[in-house]
Design a binder for this molecule. Structure first.
Ligand code: CMP
Length: 140
């Protein structure tokens, strides 16, 4: 079914000038960018986004990393967009990511892992609404 998912190109990948390479992978896989913007997240905005991880030992480092430079947030739309995006990204830990995935090719560590993607329809809906108003999404 046609789905939407939230994708974030994280500060490490933006710093590597890999925005275009990463978006090209989404497009080549048949996903469409229906919303996009570049943001430098505040601690509050990053912490709220990752609220479910608040009690995890890596939370502080995660927020520190996500606020260390600009990110690009996008809404991707397409057939099975949520799982397709997760396949393109590869495992959370780049050391475990399959060859040819975004994290295998662009990421170094589990903290600086190049991209984020929603993991379920429920989180996609929440995450999209966290960054975009309806008037910022362009169905096509
Ligand atoms: P992401 O998909 O953006 O969701 C939470 C992030 O926390 C994850 O990617 C990783 O970059 C980061 N992280 C750091 N340590 C861990 C860990 N042990 N398990 C899961 N995520 C981690």
């Amino acid at each position: 079914a046609t789905e939407r998912t939230l994708s974030i190109i994280k500060p490490d990948a933006v710093a590597k000038n890999a925005i275009g390479d990463i978006i090209a992978r989404f497009e080549k896989a048949g996903l469409k960018v229906v919303a996009a913007k570049m943001l430098h997240l505040s601690e509050e905005k990053a912490g709220g986004f990752y609220a479910e991880h608040k009690e995890r030992p890596f939370f502080k480092d995660l927020v520190g990393f996500m606020t260390s430079g600009p990110v690009v947030v996008q809404v991707l739309e397409g057939d099975d967009a949520i799982s397709k995006n997760r396949e393109l990204m590869g495992a959370t830990n780049p050391k475990e990511a399959a060859p040819g995935t975004i994290r295998a090719d662009f990421a170094e560590t589990i903290d600086a892992n190049a991209v984020h993607g929603s993991d379920s329809p429920e989180s996609a809906e929440r995450e999209i609404a966290y960054f975009f108003g309806n008037d910022e999404i362009c169905p096509r």
